[in-house]
Ligand binder design. Structure first.
Ligand SMILES: Nc1ncnc2c1ncn2[C@@H]1O[C@H](COP(=O)(O)OP(=O)(O)OP(=O)(O)O)[C@@H](O)[C@H]1O
Ligand SMILES: [Mg+2]
Length: 385
């Protein structure tokens, strides 16, 4: 369910008519807008009732597990797949019937998809030649795009003479050279090694800012999504589960799915044992903890307390303390990750700075956390608000 809080990406009613919609076309229109779209492959509905409005110049990421419909949504913007219900607007105009070649869209895919026997120049010039741009202008624009991706002077090279990261930069240059209205990036970094990925994250973000282009980025890597996006759409089984800024979706997950997908969250199940004054939850292992509930909850109601591993401390004064025994410890430099058995259904995971020495497997530990670092979910897995 899309989160209506703190987001400009509001679902619109399906009844918004085409006339009313295109009347709003112009500078103030969103760059891209999905209105209650469905996309089906035969009888299989891959995307269901998806709504999203993307402001001009923003960087929005579709994040979700394999098969949740990310690529399908991107393809629908480019006109590579038909929608079976709803509307897609680009720059305030309906594009349902606009063919692919008339949609002004730049695409970058996971596989570089460069023409292997064409030079870098011809690869980047491809979209311009198709748009009948004059030759000197093509030369100028290709040069500019190669400068932008920091590969100036590489016009004569063949893709095979470039590294993976360089090929992906050329693919990016090819996608932005004709100044598209929207840039679509489908897992463009997943074929690169870890170092190159980080470098390209920064690079893509920089280019997007400099050009002011509207970008829609697809990934199943939460770090990529958190570090690059203005907004993240967390997808689950063909629908938007939550839409928000990186901080919103990470700190205030709307559902158990979002909490779990975005970083390893501890999910502590328990029941409300007191709610007059501070709310107290008794966990499955018998421990009692204080939480902050936005509303009074009936005693005995089942809740899940979500706490991020980074919010757990070791050996510090905190309102909540959970004693346990270390099942495994991994040293990460300045911090350590501890898996701790607290006598509940699942072990709890802490990522805590090291105070003194790294504790070892089998040792007793006391984890602390504060009520305001918890999110409360109800029995259905929805954030209590
Ligand atoms: N051409 C197709 N014909 C039939 N079903 C398809 C087709 N393309 C995708 N699907 C199905 O639609 C669903 C969504 O696919 P999609 O490729 O959009 O997922 P995704 O989120 O991009 O996944 P991944 O992270 O693996 O790339 C999947 O269940 C997939 O099997
Ligand atoms: Mg995909």
């Amino acid at each position: 369910m899309p989160d209506s809080q703190g987001t400009t990406l509001n679902p619109r009613p399906a009844s918004a008519g085409a006339e009313g919609a295109s009347a709003g076309a112009g500078a103030s229109s969103p760059a891209v807008e999905f209105r209650n779209i469905d996309i089906a492959y035969g009888k299989f509905v891959a995307v269901r009732d998806f709504s999203l409005s993307i402001g001009k110049g923003s960087f929005v990421t579709l994040l979700g597990p394999s098969g949740c419909g990310k690529t399908t949504i991107l393809r629908s913007i480019a006109g590579l797949v038909d929608i079976s219900a709803g509307q897609i607007m680009i720059g305030g105009r309906r594009v349902d019937d606009v063919p692919i070649y008339k949609r002004n869209i730049g695409l970058v895919f996971q596989s570089y998809a460069l023409f292997p026997h064409k030079s870098v120049f011809d690869n980047v010039a491809f979209g311009l030649k198709h748009r009948n741009v004059a030759k000197p202008e093509i030369k100028r624009k290709v040069g500019q795009a190669l400068d932008m991706v920091r590969l100036p002077g590489s016009e004569k090279k063949l893709p095979s003479q470039l590294s993976g990261g360089q090929q992906q930069r050329i693919a990016l240059a090819r996608a932005i050279v004709f100044e598209p209205q929207v840039l679509l990036l489908d897992e463009p970094l997943s074929a690169l090694d870890a170092n190159m990925r980080e470098e390209m994250r920064v690079e893509i973000k920089k280019i997007q800012k400099e050009t002011g282009i509207t970008a829609i980025f697809v990934t199943h890597d939460q770090e990529e999504a958190l570090s690059m996006s203005d907004r993240i759409v967390v997808m689950n089984a063909g629908s938007a589960e939550q839409i928000g800024t990186p901080e919103e979706v990470y700190e205030r997950p709307a559902t158990a799915f979002v909490a779990d997908f975005l970083g390893k969250a501890n999910m502590l199940s328990g029941t409300v044992s007191r709610s007059d004054g501070p709310t107290i939850v008794t966990l499955a292992g018998g421990q009692t903890i204080y939480v902050l509930s936005p509303k009074a909850l009936p005693q005995g109601s089942a809740v899940t307390v979500v706490v991020r591993p980074q919010k757990l401390s070791v050996g510090r004064a905190s309102a909540n303390r959970l004693p346990g025994r270390i099942v495994s410890a991994s040293y990460l430099g300045g911090s350590a990750i501890y898996e701790v058995d607290i006598g509940g259904k699942a072990n709890i995971r802490a990522n805590a700075p090291i105070d003194g020495r790294v504790l070892r497997e089998g040792e007793a530990i006391e984890l602390g956390f504060d009520p305001h670092d918890c999110v409360l979910l109800d029995e259905a897995g929805l954030r209590i608000s």
